[in-house]
Design a protein around this ligand. Structure first.
Ligand code: RTP
Length: 151
């Protein structure tokens, strides 16, 4: 079995409102990643400020927190080979106008402030984000497809 990594993927409020939750889950499932945590959360501004602590001070920060607190998000942890980097590739560039077709943002978004989904940008931030959103921990189980996805 290859080295496994975990990443935090979140469908943002616009993705939930636009009924893209199933589509996003489906892409990660079909790619071969394993879902190990999932919940629908209406996050508080305080919680979101912790999630986006690195961006405090940016001009768009207040608008970002307001947007992210405007409705429920779907918080998920996906596990698999190179999950962090591959997850970011599947999401596309931060600005959807720079995202390739075939990526989630490249297929469904136009504005940087409404870019549908979040994905951890490094293994260390993934672990921090997983701890922030899933203090209760993730689920461990055997997926019978794994021997067909990994060497
Ligand atoms: P995310 O954390 O949401 O996955 O996004 P990211 O790493 O691709 O981009 P990041 O620089 O961390 O920015 C976080 C989110 O802030 C919004 N943003 N707005 N108006 C703007 O110029 C601007 N820049 C960033 C986006 O929603 C971005 O995903």
């Amino acid at each position: 079995m290859s080295v496994q990594e975990r990443t935090y993927i979140m469908v943002k409020p616009d993705g939930v409102q636009r009924s893209l939750v199933g589509e996003i889950i489906s892409r990660f499932e079909k790619r071969g990643f394993k879902l190990i945590a999932l919940k629908l959360v209406h996050a508080t501004p305080e919680h979101l400020e912790k999630h986006y602590a690195d961006l405090k001070g940016k001009a768009f920060f207040p608008g970002l927190i307001k947007y992210m607190a405007s409705g429920p998000v779907v918080a998920m942890v996906w596990q698999g080979l190179d999950a962090v980097k591959t997850g970011r590739v599947m999401l596309g560039a931060t600005n959807p106008l720079a995202s390739n077709p075939g990526t989630i943002r490249g297929d469904y978004a136009l504005a940087v402030g409404r870019n549908i989904c979040h994905g951890s940008d490094a293994v260390e931030s993934a672990e921090k984000e997983i701890a922030l959103w899933f203090p209760e921990g993730v689920v461990q189980y055997t997926n019978s497809q794994e021997s067909w996805v990994f060497e």
